[in-house]
Design a protein around this ligand. Structure first.
Ligand SMILES: Nc1ncnc2c1ncn2[C@@H]1O[C@H](COP(=O)(O)OP(=O)(O)OP(=O)(O)O)[C@@H](O)[C@H]1O
Ligand SMILES: [Mg+2]
Length: 438
């Protein structure tokens, strides 16, 4: 099927290229124009399915030029929807534009998801073609009915079917990994690999061989050919966790594969081509890192066509009941005062912390978790008590929790990681961080 054409008219080059990137990802063909003359030239010879029109050309601050151009486009293409892009505060201009035939308007800086939706609504979405109906969406990994989590699910419902890169942001333990998996499960790539890479756990020197693979003999320890994660993920999704920890030198290398979909394994001159969707996650403020110069801006835009922000548990306390019952399901019940108490606690470690607390409570209380038993479980890891959130306390408690759990599991990393509800890599990092002997 022929792709639908979108014309983007804006005098700002950065805006033209980021809109091109976004809309091409969504499966549209994008044509750009930097000024009215160019725009008219395009609509004369072709029939775009939609025009995105900037109203604020630098030469004219009043926007007359945008309005005049709108009228001209409408003369050539009366049926083509035109969406105006306006700066904040220029609502009257947008309203004037709507009177003159614009279909809608969007304020700068725009929200990518809102823009994609608007475009899809006006030209008809191609995203539905993957065969997944809205009701067939599988959200079973993500427990919760709060407004905050339902908003997240809504976003996932809309972006999963596309190939757009998604950046998941959220504090520790808010469920970023579950979200990444949910996106994959609900995409047309579901039958293909979902490959997780924890970039926090990969040293800079190993990054290249890990991601792109190596040929036998590429370096001293390369005793055999090895496929990299990108090649393993071909056709599927790669989940780049803790993307904020990637050193600048590795960021360049990642950028290249995202832009060109190709790379060369270490020690090889053959170029490998892959088709991989990228979902990444971070608990760092990446935009701040971009401002500080520690994260490349171009990479940030590549990774971040759509952002999903996970609310911390304190902003969705109404989910605590459901989550607690989910984690204890079939093993224990809570008394009602125990549930009240659970709701009164603070969870700097978010859902992971709630999950760990429920695990401890089951160990301590057995089938019925009552207030007394629950309080004892909390004291065992007092980090969940209100007013005890200084970082030193958190790390002291975390260290103790890791030590105790390792001891209880007799040093078995997999068992301890499962008990703590974290990945083995995350456990290794903490063991290293706290200098714990195993
Ligand atoms: N909505 C949810 N429903 C059920 N379980 C959840 C939910 N959110 C998180 N969990 C559970 O909480 C734990 C932490 O989730 P996850 O690993 O996805 O968090 P994260 O945001 O990736 O954390 P980190 O930043 O520490 O890596 C996991 O055991 C996960 O299964
Ligand atoms: Mg995680």
């Amino acid at each position: 099927m022929k792709k639908k054409q979108i014309l983007v008219v804006d005098d700002d080059k950065a805006i033209r290229s980021s809109l091109t990137l976004l809309l091409e990802h969504e499966g549209y063909a994008v044509t750009t124009a930097a000024d009215p003359a160019e725009a008219i030239a395009v609509v004369r010879v072709s029939e775009p399915a939609l025009v995105l029109l900037d109203m604020n050309f630098s030469r004219s601050t009043r926007g007359d030029e945008g309005l005049i151009l709108l009228r001209q486009i409408k003369i050539f293409r009366p049926d083509t929807p035109v969406v105006l892009m306006t700066a904040w505060g220029s609502i009257p201009l947008a309203v004037e534009g709507m009177k003159r035939g614009a279909s809608d308007f969007i304020s700068k800086p725009w929200n990518n998801l809102a823009l994609v939706e608007l475009v899809a609504a006006l030209v008809g979405s191609d995203a539905d073609e993957s065969g997944k109906s809205a009701s067939g969406f599988d959200r079973s990994l993500i427990v919760g009915e709060s407004r905050g989590i339902n908003k997240v699910i809504d976003v996932l419902r809309r972006v999963s079917a596309t190939d757009a890169s998604v950046l998941i942001m959220g504090e520790n333990g808010t469920g970023k990994e579950l979200v990444a998996e949910t996106i994959h499960r609900n995409s047309s790539r579901a039958g293909k690999p979902f490959v997780k890479v924890n970039l926090g756990g990969i040293s800079q020197s190993l990054f290249e061989s890990e991601m792109f693979g190596h040929r036998k003999g590429a370096f001293t320890d390369a005793i055999a050919d090895r496929k990299g994660r990108f090649e393993i993920a071909d056709g599927g999704t790669i989940f780049l966790d803790e993307i904020g920890e990637l050193p600048l030198a590795s960021q360049v290398k990642l950028l290249r594969v995202l832009q060109e979909h190709t790379f060369e394994p270490l020690g090889s001159s053959n170029t490998v081509k892959v088709d991989v969707r990228v979902v990444s996650a971070t608990n760092a403020r990446l935009s701040q890192m971009v401002a500080d110069g520690t994260f490349r801006e171009d990479l940030f835009y590549r990774l971040n066509l759509i952002t999903v922000t996970l609310p911390p548990l304190r902003e969705r306390a109404e989910d605590i009941d459901l989550l607690a019952r989910h984690f204890s399901a079939g093993r224990a019940d809570f008394t009602s005062d125990a549930l009240d108490y659970l709701r009164s606690l603070q969870y700097p470690g978010n859902i992971r912390e709630l999950k760990n607390l429920v695990e401890r409570a089951i160990l301590m209380c057995g089938e019925t978790i009552d207030l007394r038993g629950l309080k004892r479980s909390v004291e065992y890891a007092p980090v969940t008590q209100p007013n005890l959130s200084s970082s030193s306390t958190v790390s002291n408690n975390e260290k103790k929790l890791v030590q105790d759990t390792l001891a209880a599991c007799m040093g078995n990393i997999s068992a301890a990681a499962a008990k703590l509800g974290i990945t083995r890599q995350a456990l290794y990092r903490r063991i290293e961080k706290y200098g714990i002997k195993i």
